[in-house]
Design a protein around this ligand. Structure first.
Ligand SMILES: Cc1cc2nc3c(=O)[nH]c(=O)nc-3n(C[C@H](O)[C@H](O)[C@H](O)COP(=O)(O)O)c2cc1C
Length: 156
């Protein structure tokens, strides 16, 4: 153990958040306080990124019709995925793979336009921008767990 290590309690909390982070698809409603949401987004923004390009953009969806449209997109993808699974399609259709209509906050994690200009660290592996975005989402996810909030990642 080095002098830079956290205290035993702090270390335990970090490992606990990592171990207890789960993908959530059921939500109990309610609201996320603005200060709490700001803390979560700050955690996301502190993620590492290739060449420090910080390619992530988090878009907060507030219009019900947009939320509904996003749900529709995911539903269409769910059906296409089931079709692609062939004999396992029915089994897949029984799975819950999103909670878009029920979650208190819906955030879209996107990659910024014009990022082709950033070649530092991603000339050979351009997909490192996506890897950086994933790091930001993971930070958000762990912070949400520590705050007692469930978070689900929907990529469908
Ligand atoms: C990149 C990525 C995409 C994911 N996409 C979906 C998704 O579209 N729908 C879903 O229900 N879960 C999705 N998940 C959650 C995984 O299914 C989940 O993390 C995995 O089953 C392990 O469960 P746990 O996160 O509770 O440990 C995604 C997770 C990751 C990392």
């Amino acid at each position: 153990m080095t002098e830079h290590a956290y205290s035993p309690e702090e270390r335990a909390a970090i490992y606990r958040a990592i171990a207890e982070r789960r993908d959530m698809r059921h939500f109990s409603g309610g609201e996320v306080a603005p200060e709490l949401l700001a803390r979560l987004l700050e955690a996301a923004h502190q993620a590492p990124s290739v060449g420090l390009m910080q390619p992530w953009r988090f878009i907060r969806i507030t219009r019900p019709e947009l939320r509904e449209a996003i749900h529709g997109l995911v539903e269409r993808e769910r059906v296409k995925t089931a079709e692609a699974l062939g004999e396992r399609s029915e089994e897949f259709m029984r799975l819950k793979v999103e909670g878009i209509r029920d979650c208190a906050e819906l955030l879209v994690a996107a990659l910024a336009d014009g990022r082709e200009a950033h070649v530092f660290g991603r000339r050979t592996l351009p997909q490192m921008d996506l890897a950086s975005l994933a790091c930001a989402i993971q930070n958000l996810w762990l912070a949400a767990r520590a705050e007692g909030l469930g978070l689900g990642w929907v990529s469908l």
